[in-house]
Design a binder for this molecule. Structure first.
Ligand code: NDP
Length: 286
């Protein structure tokens, strides 16, 4: 079987083009532009790169952006004050608190202080609750939502398929399961306590792997004709690797996402989409 290699980079480009066109329409009609505010506490080099990439991506689609740089020793009160200011600012549609926060700050508590209707990361429990109860005005976490976008834009059906997800984090696995259920897949979720992972992965029509360990899944563990979506990003001596042993799936999977260039580029694209969604909510655009 010829395995289709899915280019997340191309799909992300198409998503960005759609966001850019829509933003342009609103601005040309005399409305304000959408705006994303990013709070960066400290000088973590990886976080600085991520924040820069997000700013650049905003710029390219006409979304205004503002990065609030705060020193690594900022107090909880100082960070909360910034969040409250952005919550109250009617020009700001999306607020993103770049993680991880320095160790002395309570990440769980602080992420919940961003207003749910500006929570473009989809981390707020109100958004998680809306997702689990089928309220589609919610903001969905960008990475699992990006997987759904890949499936749709590639014309890969979800309804009636057996989707097996490996990983149950709040960031990826759990919301992915809910999104796949909403798309009428039959969903199985595996995790580190799942005995005999292969017994499950080999039943998957759609296999989503989000573990954080290279080689968690290989070609022996998948069904002929499966769609394999590799969310993993692992820095190894041989460079960036996913969670799936890509080469061993070629010829057996119907389609597969590579790492890099698969799910990764979708995350920022979906962040732009969420910011536009927040803007439309705030501007009361249907
Ligand atoms: P977490 O560490 O939060 O969760 C990992 C999950 O994998 C857990 O549910 C864990 O189970 C499960 N797991 C660990 N070992 C095994 C195993 N041997 N067999 C089966 N399941 C196992 O990671 P994230 O969900 O945040 O991220 C997963 C991967 O996706 C990482 O590589 C991360 O870098 C990447 N990622 C990529 C993004 C992108 O933009 N493409 C965005 C976000 C993440 P348990 O719950 O039992 O511990």
């Amino acid at each position: 079987m010829d395995t289709r290699i899915i280019s997340g980079s191309e799909i992300a480009k198409a998503v960005r083009a759609d966001v850019r066109n829509e933003v342009k329409t609103y601005v040309q009609a005399g409305r304000r532009a959408p705006k994303l505010a990013v709070i960066l506490v400290g000088n973590d080099p990886a976080s600085e790169v991520y924040v820069r990439n997000k700013s650049k991506a905003c710029e390219k689609v006409g979304i205004l952006h503002d990065t609030i740089n705060m020193s690594a020793d900022s107090t909880e009160e100082e960070v909360i004050k910034v969040i409250e200011g952005l919550n109250a600012d009617p020009q700001v549609d999306g607020i993103l608190l770049q993680l991880p926060l320095p160790a002395h700050l309570d990440e769980k508590k602080i992420t919940q202080l961003v207003l749910a209707n500006k929570d473009v990361d989809g981390f707020h429990i109100e958004n998680a609750g809306m997702l689990s109860t089928g309220r589609w005005e919610a903001f969905f976490p960008c990475t699992p939502w990006g997987v759904i976008e890949i499936m749709k834009r590639e014309g890969l059906p979800i309804r009636g398929k057996h989707c097996v997800i490996v990983g149950r984090s709040n960031l990826v696995g759990k919301p992915e399961a809910l999104l796949m259920l909403a798309e009428d897949a039959t969903v199985t979720v595996c995790h580190s306590r799942t005995p005999d992972l292969k017994a499950f992965t080999s039943q998957a029509d759609i296999l989503v792997v989000a573990v954080g360990r290279p080689g968690t899944v290989n070609g022996d563990m998948i069904k002929e004709g499966a769609v394999v979506i590799d969310v993993g990003i692992n820095r190894t001596e041989e460079g960036l690797k996913g969670d799936v042993d890509f080469d061993s799936c070629l010829g057996k999977a119907a389609a597969i996402t590579p790492v890099p260039g698969g799910v990764g580029p979708m995350t920022i694209a979906m962040l732009l989409k969420n910011t536009l969604k927040a803007y439309k909510l705030h501007e009361q655009i249907d």
